[in-house]
Design a protein around this ligand. Structure first.
Ligand SMILES: Nc1ncnc2c1ncn2[C@@H]1O[C@H](COP(=O)(O)OP(=O)(O)O)[C@@H](O)[C@H]1O
Ligand SMILES: [Mg+2]
Length: 255
C-alpha cells in the first residue's frame, strides 16, 4: 500500500515577513513508519507540518502523498488522507460538545447521520473518552482535550497522522496514556516533539531540523544517544538515556 507514503523533495518556505523557515528539506516516509521531527524552537517543525497539510504553500520543492503530488487541484484529496493534530487543542475544538466536534468533520463529508454517530462514537472509544461525549470541550483537562482533538482526526479515518507536539501541556499520567494510545495506531505518523522520551518510545526514526534544514535523519536511539549532536541541535538528552549512562557510571565506579 504505497499510498500511505510521504515524499518531500527540496522543500523551502519563506513567511511573508521574509523569515526563511525551511530550506532544501528532503525525506521519504515509508508506509506505516513513525517518524519524529525534532529541533530547537523555531527550527521549522510546525511549518513543515503546515506545508504537508497544504495549509501553507511551498516556495520551493515538492510534496507527494503516495502517488499524488500536492497541488491546489489535489489538495482536497490529500487532506482526506492526512489527519493533523494541532499543538493547541483549542485550535481543533470549537463546538459545544466533544461529540459535536468529532461529528463536525464527518457531517462536512456529507455522511448520513447514523454513520456520523457510529464513526464519532468509535473514535471517542478509540481514544478512551466515550464518557466525555456530551461535555463542553473548553471545560476539559489538557489531556482530555488532546484526546478529543485526536478523536476528531481519527474519525475522519486518515492514512497518515501528523501530530505537532502532542505531549505539550500534559501531566505525566496523561502523557503516558497518550504514548500508549499513539503506539497502538498503525498509521503512518509524523510527530514533532520536544519530549525526547516520547520520541524514543514512539518513533524508530528521527529527523533533526536546525534552522530550517535537515541536520540528521536516522535511527532515533542512535541520534538521541549522541550527546554532541543533541547539543548542536539545541536539544536535551532523554531522561532514560541520562539514567542509563548514570547507571553505567555507577556500575563502573563499583568495580
Ligand atoms: N507566522 C509567522 N510569520 C513569520 N515567521 C514565522 C511565523 N511562524 C513561524 N515563523 C518563523 O519560522 C521559523 C520556523 O518556525 P516554526 O515552524 O514554528 O518552528 P518550530 O515549530 O520548530 O518551533 C521560526 O524562525 C519562526 O520564528
Ligand atoms: Mg512548533
Amino acid at each position: 500500500m504505497s499510498h500511505h507514503t510521504i515524499s518531500v523533495q527540496g522543500l523551502g518556505f519563506v513567511y511573508p515577513d521574509g523569515t526563511r523557515a525551511l530550506e532544501g528539506v528532503s525525506f521519504e516516509v515509508g508506509h506505516g513508519e513513525a517518524i519524529a521531527v525534532v529541533g530547537a524552537n523555531g527550527a521549522g517543525k510546525s511549518t513543515l507540518l503546515l506545508l504537508l497539510t497544504g495549509i501553507l504553500e511551498p516556495a520551493a520543492g515538492e510534496i507527494a502523498i503516495g502517488e499524488i503530488r500536492l497541488t491546489k487541484k489535489t489538495l482536497n484529496a490529500i487532506r482526506q488522507r492526512l489527519g493533523m493534530v494541532f499543538q493547541d487543542p483549542d485550535d481543533q475544538l470549537f463546538m459545544t460538545t466533544v461529540f459535536e466536534d468529532v461529528a463536525f468533520g464527518l457531517r462536512n463529508m456529507g455522511l448520513a447521520e447514523d454513520e456520523v454517530q457510529r464513526r464519532a462514537d468509535a473514535a471517542l472509544g478509540a481514544v478512551g473518552i466515550p464518557h466525555l461525549r456530551e461535555r463542553p470541550p473548553f471545560k476539559l483537562s489538557a489531556g482530555e482535550k488532546r484526546a478529543a482533538a485526536i478523536a476528531t482526526v481519527l474519525a475522519m479515518a486518515p492514512d497518515v497522522l501528523l501530530l505537532d507536539e502532542p505531549s505539550s501541556a500534559l501531566d505525566p499520567r496523561a502523557r503516558r496514556r497518550l504514548i500508549g494510545l499513539l503506539n497502538g495506531f498503525s498509521h503512518t505518523k509524523i510527530v514533532t516533539s520536544h519530549d525526547m522520551d516520547l520520541v524514543l518510545e514512539l518513533c524508530p526514526r528521527t529527523i533533526i531540523l536546525q534552522q530550517g534544514r535537515v541536520l540528521r535523519d536516522g535511527p532515533t536511539g542512535r541520534l538521541l544517544a549522541d550527546a554532541a549532536l543533541m547539543t548542536e541541535a539545541g536539544l536535551e538528552p532523554t531522561q532514560s538515556i541520562v539514567h542509563r549512562r548514570y547507571g553505567e557510571q555507577l556500575r563502573r565506579g563499583r568495580r
